[in-house]
Design a protein around this ligand. Structure first.
Ligand code: GLU
Length: 443
């Protein structure tokens, strides 16, 4: 049995029931086979065994009191996956689906993604099965304060720097930051995605979505294709989807859809983003309200955005939201490129369909790295105690995304699989982490 297969078998045996973690580990390790074969030192140094085992996994009780006076208990997580190239960095997810396997898959992906940014950040992820949907501001604050009362022991500006993810935006980061500062007395850049009045970075809100479009623009330009005039289908209606839509439209593309957990909209004339921002960012409402702004648009309950014919598909909702059948439908309808704004939104079957049909497919760990890259820029600004202009941060973000495209396409070439950006992203992300781990000895 090959070294890679042995390690994968052990991942499954040792982490029972963690399907998403198994999936992420398999996808990465399968592509590393080429690098592993070329460098026997990796096996000798037990590099893969170390890479798939988080440095530290923290799980804790999060008790809080709801508006009816009832005691509620959630489970909190922080997985500090790998600190070979910098302090742990990665978001916090608040969603009822959260469990250890999901946090581990996200933390594992984050290690390679953060490496690709070229910035000195290791990988980590955290969160809770708390559902912010339908909760009052006071309940969200009570949860966040309780969560941080345990988490603060394990984080710090040079130790581990959490940020947002699904269910964690400016409101939650504010409550978490306030509690950290109150307990520790430290005014430090311990979280990113902060508000602009207390150390946040301009362009962080837009960064993941804008970064995704900068990546697609760079990748398509290398193939002689422009974004202007292209029809784009986007899933999701959170921060990533909204700002991907905004940048795609600014570059002349037509974005015709968005979705949330209850349904999806199709607006053939192009989505009215001001309406979506009001529904989602101001009122925290549902996309079903979109028709009251745009009566000519269609609203459908359930899943279905991938049935809309498009040139470019951007899954920006959540893991495994686009399966093999969806991928076949996209191909049949003429889609030429897919870029992942979410983490692991395409199932392994969908990825196989994209690769077999020569779709230009950029996986999340490269395509959505703009968010965490800009978080690292926020950390730099905090350390320097100054703040850059929007234009300055945005220009750096664009430079980083273009650089990631060059890295992943060069790695794909180098290993003889041109345009396979899955392999390219995994191999390029791995190299830096592996070298740093080898240099630092068996730790
Ligand atoms: N949650 C985002 C991600 O998946 C951002 C993490 C961060 O800014 O630290 O990369």
């Amino acid at each position: 049995m090959s070294y890679v297969s042995e390690v994968l078998q052990e991942v499954v045996r040792r982490n029972p029931g963690e399907a998403e973690f198994h999936q992420a580990a398999k996808e990465v390790l399968d592509s590393l086979q080429l690098a592993i074969d070329a460098n026997p030192i990796y096996q000798k140094q037990g590099l893969l065994e170390r890479l798939v085992e988080p440095e530290r996994q923290i799980m804790f009780r999060v008790p809080w009191v709801d508006d009816e006076g009832k005691v509620r208990v959630n489970r909190g997580f922080r997985v500090q996956f790998n600190s070979a190239i910098g302090p742990y960095k990665g978001g916090l997810r608040l969603h009822p689906s959260v469990n250890l396997g999901i946090i581990k898959f996200l933390g594992f992906e984050q290690v390679f993604k953060n490496s690709l940014t070229g910035l000195p950040i290791g990988g980590g992820k955290g969160g809770s099965d708390f559902d912010p949907k339908g909760k009052s501001d006071r309940e969200v604050m009570a949860f966040c304060q309780s969560f941080m009362t345990e988490l603060y022991k394990y984080i710090g500006a040079d130790v581990d720097v959490p940020a947002g993810d699904i269910g964690v935006g400016a409101r939650e980061i504010g409550f978490l930051y306030g509690q950290y500062k109150r307990i520790t007395g430290l005014y430090e850049g311990v979280l990113t995605g902060k508000g602009l009045t207390y150390g946040g970075s301009l362009a962080r809100t837009q960064a993941t979505g804008y970064g995704l479009i900068y990546m697609m623009e760079a990748m398509l330009a290398a193939k002689g294709i422009g974004l202007a005039g292209k029809t784009v289908v986007i899933s999701g209606a959170g921060n990533v989807a909204i700002y991907a839509a905004e940048k795609a439209m600014a570059l002349g593309a037509k974005v015709v859809s968005l979705s949330d957990s209850t349904g999806w909209v199709y607006d053939a004339e192009g989505i009215d983003l001001a309406a979506v921002k009001e529904i989602k960012e101001v009122r925290r409402g549902r996309l079903s309200e979109y028709k009251s702004y745009r009566p000519q648009a269609e609203y459908h309950d359930g899943k279905g955005v991938w049935s809309i014919p498009c040139d470019i598909a951007l899954p920006c909702a959540t893991q495994n939201e686009l399966d093999g059948e969806d991928a076949k439908l996209l191909v049949k309808n003429g889609c030429i490129a897919v870029g992942e704004g979410a983490n692991m939104p395409s199932t392994p079957e969908a990825v196989d369909v994209f690769l077999a049909n020569k779709i230009y497919y950029v996986p999340g760990k490269a395509a959505n790295a703009g968010g965490v890259a800009t978080s690292a820029l926020e950390m730099s600004q905090n350390s320097m105690r100054l703040s850059w202009t929007f234009e300055e941060v945005d220009a750096r973000l664009k430079g980083i995304m273009v650089n990631i495209y060059h890295q992943i396409s060069a790695a794909a070439e180098k290993y003889g699989v041109p345009d396979n950006f899955v392999a390219g992203a995994n191999l390029a992300g791995f190299e830096k982490v592996a070298d740093a781990m080898l240099a630092q000895g068996i730790v």
